[in-house]
Write a protein that binds this ligand. Structure first.
Ligand SMILES: [Zn+2]
Length: 177
């Protein structure tokens, strides 16, 4: 399995291909930028290795503890973290759950301390409008995140095959001696 820095390098090497392909598919500069940025986020911060104390986990800084329950619940390199689509989907849902919790706490604090009279309705409406108005942009985010995750899983699988072959070769060389 490649180390965190190797994964970072692979993400950077893949970036030009992702950007060119995104432009080839969308013919849109804003969507290309969104896919590319989401790809970087998917590779550097929201990647499959959040299931261990990896470099991706460290990059969450003071908020990295939010990934501890995820690490406890999900086995390293399991399908739930490294599998295509399910890995990204689960991380996005997991992060959304934390964001909702933070929103509830923030809203309650504002209501108690400043009588802000915020309700789910006041918060939900702008989000719904944002979602409807920028559907293709949201889709671009999801696609970028997924490509970032897939590039990680492919390099993991490639790294494992390579080290297995190396081990076999070493064993064979020992037998020949
Ligand atoms: Zn991994």
């Amino acid at each position: 399995m490649p180390a965190g820095r190797t994964h970072d390098r692979i993400t950077l090497w893949c970036l030009p291909f992702v950007t060119i392909s995104a432009f080839g598919f969308t013919y849109s500069l804003p969507l290309t930028v969104i896919v590319s940025l989401a790809f970087l986020v998917g590779g550097f911060m929201l990647g499959p290795d959040l299931d261990i104390r990896s470099i991706q986990y460290v990059r969450w800084g003071p908020l990295r503890w939010i990934w501890l329950p995820y690490q406890i619940a999900i086995k390293h390199r399991s399908r739930l973290s490294h599998g295509p689509i399910i890995g990204t989907a689960l991380r996005v849902v997991y992060l959304a759950a934390w964001l909702s919790l933070f929103t509830v706490v923030g809203m309650s604090l504002l209501n108690v301390l400043w009588d802000a009279q915020l309700t789910w309705q006041t918060i939900r409406e702008p989000f719904r409008l944002l979602f409807r108005k920028y559907l293709s942009e949201w889709l671009a985010v999801v696609v970028g995140l997924e490509i970032g995750s897939i590039s990680h899983s492919i390099s993991d699988a490639f790294g494992s095959t390579l080290s297995r072959q190396r081990r076999k070769k070493r064993k064979a060389a020992k037998k020949d001696k």
